[in-house]
Design a protein around this ligand. Structure first.
Ligand code: SER
Length: 577
């Protein structure tokens, strides 16, 4: 059994339910581009909403972090990684959480206790020292020299949200003798697991209040724990990457040694690109948001392929993507289901970049009779998609200079502008429980039912996204809606709202719910007993809520836009007035 299976097995034995990995593009949290931690899809539940699977959960979650994109190329950074996690939603707390983490590491994975060190929260002005965790570790046999008490052991995803003190577990990854004292600043000690005791909520304005429940949120990076267990200091030579690196060696006819950086970048970036483009959100390379990240990843991989003298017009990227899909499809079936889409995305973007690459090279030739200033370097980046490294490399060959510092300043300004733009666009933060979001949530069910009446029963929900300002609804449909279809749909929804239909909720067996014809988007996401929301006689859907009690509460529904989302999927943007 591999670590992923051992981990799930262990927590199932301790009364947890396995939840499926959520998509990499968050379904209900427009405040971030990607899920960056296992807890992200669980935020509403950490805040008190009842989870359909109960109070003890575990999973492996696909995560993407692109803030340290530039660090990829070293031995440990990845843009995509899998996070193993277990959660208590107001169930067990520090005692069990620490005991199980210790047991899993030392008894299941057989890591010697002598190689472990831990950190514990020292407390601050408003929150006391975490004495309970400290004493628990001592009682399990961790020596006091191996426990570091730190003030910054407090975990939160971003600026606001559920948070709390944490205790981190470190492993001494080195052939040297393990020092008596644990020093978290010493790079030979690597963090392998983080147990966060989420009992607070930090507001946007900085105020911290208590959550309704004391929760546990733990996260362990699969890539790191695997390399620890396999005794390697470079993640890319562990079993997770070995075959991918071997294939890149084969395609480029070059050895890994001496070409590590480019090979790691190609392997890492293509893996992330494969997962993003296989996601149900249907992301395509573009110049904004997730699409922009996807574009940069693919282009950076292409540039490094070129650096390795790989014929970039050949099907090199397809070979690598196919291997990645093969490796991961057992755990993530969307990779296999969307294989065609993934290969198409990579190929199209490659062809596009190959075109601008040529034009960009011409432009470079034109401007390279003198040193490249910041504006020119930025123009090459912005218009021809040239990463600064490429510009520098070309300049080096001609022995001219590039104002890299000036470029970075412009780049940061540009990034800040896009960040501000996306913050503005996504203001409203987490979607979930506010009154207006609840109304939108019920309106989503009504829209789903109305589309079925107008277009036929083949119409199925493909995704939805709610903020305080609007709702977005994706559905399968092979044509652009006519004006008449749009009006009919809008009128039906408003008719049902005005009628004042009761919204009721019942719990039933999943199979009975499906037999009764209840709508459901991701059947595998639901446990055996499910909640079904009914709206009068017109809609029946498996759903976790929350919803209004009566459709009258919703207000007036208006379709603002209908457009293509991806092949065979249309998107409606609508508001409530
Ligand atoms: N949320 C914490 C982390 O990402 C523990 O899962 O480290």
């Amino acid at each position: 059994m591999n670590v992923k299976d051992l981990y799930i097995d262990f927590f199932l034995k301790h009364g947890h339910k396995q939840i499926p990995s959520a998509p990499v593009v968050p379904e209900n949290d427009p405040s971030v581009l990607f899920n960056t931690a296992g807890m992200q899809p669980l935020i509403p539940y950490l805040m008190g909403q009842k989870h359909p699977y109960g109070t003890r959960l575990c999973d492996y979650q696909k995560c993407i972090r692109t803030n340290d994109l530039d660090e990829v190329g070293d031995t440990t950074h990845h843009t995509f990684f899998e996070m193993l996690g277990n959660w208590s939603l107001g169930d067990y707390f520090k005692e069990e959480s620490i005991t199980w983490s210790f047991e899993f590491l030392t008894s299941v994975l057989k890591i010697p206790v002598e190689k472990l060190g831990v950190t514990v929260f020292s407390g601050n002005d408003s929150i006391p020292f975490d004495k309970e965790s400290y004493e628990k570790w001592l009682s399990l046999g961790i020596k006091k020299e191996r426990i570091a008490i730190l003030e910054d052991n407090f975990w939160i995803a971003g600026e606001s949200g559920p948070c709390g003190g944490d205790t981190e577990i470190f492993y001494f990854r080195s052939d040297e003798e393990v020092p008596q004292e644990f020093d978290p600043e010493d790079d030979r000690w690597v963090e392998i697991w983080n147990n966060v005791f989420m009992e607070y909520f930090k507001e946007q304005n900085g105020a911290v209040k208590e959550l309704p429940n004391k929760n546990v949120d733990t996260g362990m990076g699969l890539e790191r724990i695997t390399s620890v267990l396999e005794g390697v200091n470079d993640n890319y030579v562990s079993s997770i990457w070995k075959d991918v690196i071997n294939l890149i060696e084969e395609i480029s006819k070059l050895p890994y040694k001496g070409n590590e950086q480019s090979m790691r970048i190609i392997a890492d970036h293509l893996r992330t690109a494969v997962f993003i483009s296989a996601d149900p959100a249907g992301i395509k390379p573009s110049n904004t948001d997730q699409g922009y990240i996807l574009r940069r990843l693919i282009r950076r991989a292409i540039r490094h392929a070129k650096k390795l003298n790989i014929d970039i017009f050949s099907n090199w990227e397809e070979q690598i993507a196919k291997l990645l899909i093969e490796k991961y499809k057992k755990y993530y079936k969307e990779l296999e289901e969307n294989e065609k889409v993934v290969l198409e995305v990579l190929k199209t973007e490659k062809e596009k970049f190959n075109k601008t690459l040529e034009k960009g090279l011409k432009e470079f030739k034109r401007v390279s009779d003198k040193d490249i200033d910041a504006t020119t370097a930025f123009h090459l980046y912005d218009t021809y998609g040239f990463p600064i490294e490429l510009t520098k490399e070309l300049a080096n060959e001609l022995k001219i200079n590039v104002d890299e510092k000036g470029f970075q300043e412009k780049f940061i300004q540009h990034q800040e502008l896009s960040r501000t733009a996306s913050k503005g666009k996504f203001k409203g933060g987490l979607s979930g429980n506010s009154e207006i979001e609840t109304k939108y949530h019920t309106a989503t069910h009504l829209l789903n039912a109305a589309l079925k009446q107008v277009l036929g029963n083949d119409v199925h929900q493909k995704g939805s996204n709610i903020t305080e300002e609007r709702m977005r609804f994706d559905f399968s449909c092979d044509h652009k809606l006519t004006e008449e279809e749009k009006i009919k749909t809008e009128n039906l929804v408003n008719e049902w709202i005005t009628k004042g239909l009761e919204v009721t909720k019942v719990e039933m067996k999943k199979e009975d719910a499906i037999k009764s014809g209840a709508e459901c988007m991701f059947i595998e996401k639901y446990p055996d007993i499910v909640t079904v929301y009914k709206i009068g006689e017109i809609s029946k859907e498996l759903c976790g809520g929350p919803h209004v009690k009566n459709t009258k509460e919703i207000g007036h529904f208006k379709i603002k836009k209908e457009e293509a989302s991806s092949a065979g999927v249309r998107r409606i943007k609508a508001i409530i007035e």
